[in-house]
Write a protein that binds this ligand. Structure first.
Ligand SMILES: Nc1ncnc2c1ncn2[C@@H]1O[C@H](COP(=O)(O)OP(=O)(O)OP(=O)(O)O)[C@@H](O)[C@H]1O
Ligand SMILES: O=P(O)(O)OC[C@H]1O[C@H](OP(=O)(O)OP(=O)(O)O)[C@H](O)[C@@H]1O
Length: 227
């Protein structure tokens, strides 16, 4: 039997249930609101309710065959993700951009080149590197390396990241934005070439899970339904 991991709560849960429903796979929560139990009607699939942030790990470990989560979370948490997982279908919701943002007051800073120049000045003036607060360490490092920006340090921020600039624990941030309201409210602006990843909810397949003949057959049906 195929194991399908879906978000048990949060932003992605309801839309995930609707997305499968529209394609003829009815996901049903069972038990009380607080009980993490469910089933899939009409298919040989067992439903595993998990936090969106744990789904990349469970797919990589092969504990689930299929899983729904944000493409940002997979890229951040799975090294060489596409050798271990297959993106079966982008789902068209859960859109959010991972972006680099700096204080609006930095009127001369609009691009990564500008940021690079500020990094050099900052280090000379302050004796330590410019700090970028984020929880997306891998994605930010890879992006900045590819863009030739090196003279910075990451500081870990697991929430309220936009507040770190005001609080004086970072000079810039890299975080997810959708409406842009949190950035605006915290007097930050996105660099014009500061889009690191455009994320959306995606159905992923684990290449590591036990794919026996029966599981392959169910997967073929799923592919036909979600195509
Ligand atoms: N403001 C936002 N608007 C839309 N999508 C967002 C926003 N912030 C984060 N996301 C996306 O939502 C996904 C994470 O969903 P959610 O916030 O429900 O998970 P989580 O906080 O990791 O879950 P949990 O609290 O169960 O661990 C990520 O892929 C992210 O890109
Ligand atoms: O562009 P906006 O629509 O304003 O959304 C962006 C905010 O949403 C997310 O935070 P979340 O609500 O998950 O809280 P967090 O600070 O705990 O990450 C993200 O980290 C931003 O802070």
């Amino acid at each position: 039997m195929i194991r399908l991991g879906v978000p048990s709560k949060g932003r992605l849960m309801d839309k995930t249930f609707q997305w499968f429903g529209k394609r003829g796979l009815t996901l049903v929560r069972t038990g009380s609101d607080r009980e993490y139990a469910g089933r899939v009607d009409g298919a040989d699939i067992s439903l595993v309710l998990l936090s969106a942030s744990e789904i990349p790990r469970e797919l990589t470990a092969g504990h689930i065959h299929l899983g729904v989560t944000g493409s940002d979370l997979v890229r951040e948490n799975v090294i060489g993700w596409d050798s271990q997982l297959e993106a079966v279908a982008p789902m068209g919701f859960g859109h959010a951009d991972l972006v680099l943002a700096v204080p609006k007051a930095w009127v001369d800073v609009d691009t990564l080149d500008d940021l690079d120049a500020v990094c050099a000045q900052f280090r000379a003036g302050h004796g330590h590197r410019l700090r970028i607060a984020t929880k997306y360490h891998r994605l930010v490092r890879d992006f900045l390396r590819a863009q030739g920006v090196a003279d910075y340090q990451l500081v870990d921020s697991q929430g309220a990241t936009e507040g770190t600039v005001k609080n004086g624990t970072a000079e810039a941030i890299a975080d997810i934005t959708s409406t842009g309201e949190t950035l605006r409210a915290n007097h930050l602006k996105i660099l014009s070439d500061g889009l690191i990843h455009a994320s959306q909810a995606t159905l992923f397949r684990s290449r590591k899970a036990p794919w026996d003949t029966a599981a392959h057959a169910v997967m073929d049906d799923v592919r036909a339904m979600v195509a």
